[in-house]
Design a protein around this ligand. Sequence first.
Ligand code: SF4
Length: 407
Amino acid sequence: MRHPSARPADGADALFGLDALDTGGAPPEGCGSAGHDGSAGRGPADRSLFRDSPAARRLLPVRTVYAEPASAASARGREILARFPDAEVIEVASHWGIPGLHGNEGNVERWVRVKGETLVLGERKTLTTRPNGRSADWIAPGASNGCAMACAYCYVPRRKGYANPVTVFTNIDGILAHLARHIGRQGRKPEPNQCDASAWVYDIGENGDCSVDALISDNTADLVRFFRGWPSAKASFATKFVNPDLLALDPRGRTRVRFSLMPAADSRLLDIRTSPVGDRIAAAADFLDAGYEVHFNLSPVVLRPGWEEAWAEVLRQLDDVLPDRVKRQAACEVIMLTHNRDLHEVNLGWHPRAEDVLWQPALQQGKRSENGALNVRYTQRVKAEAVQTLRGLVAAHAPWLRIRYAF
Ligand code: SF4
């Protein structure tokens, strides 16, 4: 495979510039820079949306929309198409298996560009809520699948081919109606657990990033507004993108945003197209003040020489930057890296330096998943020691940070 032509000549299609691939360079700039000064951007009083700004249009320059006919004709679909009037709309029978887009590993040379320039509109046919029990009590049927960002370790592309741009599910009303029935059936949460003391927690962003989805449609806004009407339930999503538009949604404490963190050097190497880690930390207070619960995902923890000191630095930064009101309500998840053999092969084609740290056969073991893929995790001994070390680092540098679970 040739590489690394995922880097366009002008970098113009990158959320944060594909100079993110250059780990020696300065942190890339982008819409996350709305929070560089410690304010994540506009407050609720200012209703002009970041997603309508020229900067946001440069970040997500949609040129092609693949659309199922019913999705294109739906209210949400029409809103989205109106937002990208210059995009070519191509009718597809299904949002799955679009020729030349999904499952086309040969597209590796373009797949990062495809993520920014391409959208898919479809309908979520299967509306099921699955039990989880770790990060959340339940995994909600997401309102999207795919992501405009390109983290080198991400499992999302594996499920839908590798150039996996955002598919927006336009039947948001059906998703909300399903959730209302599910939440209604649960009643009150009988006792506290690691997910939450009193609310049933629903992860609404399993297969994408809700903050990026909010650049495209109101699906994330609809979900946040929906959950504020349910005192027995709470939405939760992890994000690596600081979208100031979310500050205006008035979640009233019923949405938990989990900013994913890792050492800045690792993030510049692995979290392609995301907001810089410093921006995510700096945005925490603004999100809390806007009505979100703010937690953190220490994830993925990637073992490489010097990882302990690098994570200590992250935790010291959290301790230095976050105001007490954020610390008082904060909690975190610790998630060790899970990698995958097929993804390893794909990454060698566009970002081989990432594999220098992600692929560590001496520390990892493979396990065949139910769908036949070979997932690769740190061995039990390596993982147990690393989790113990990280717990010690949290205790030493951010003792206020409750670890909800470490996995
Ligand atoms: S932000 Fe999340 S969903 Fe998007 S590429 Fe990164 S890990 Fe995957």
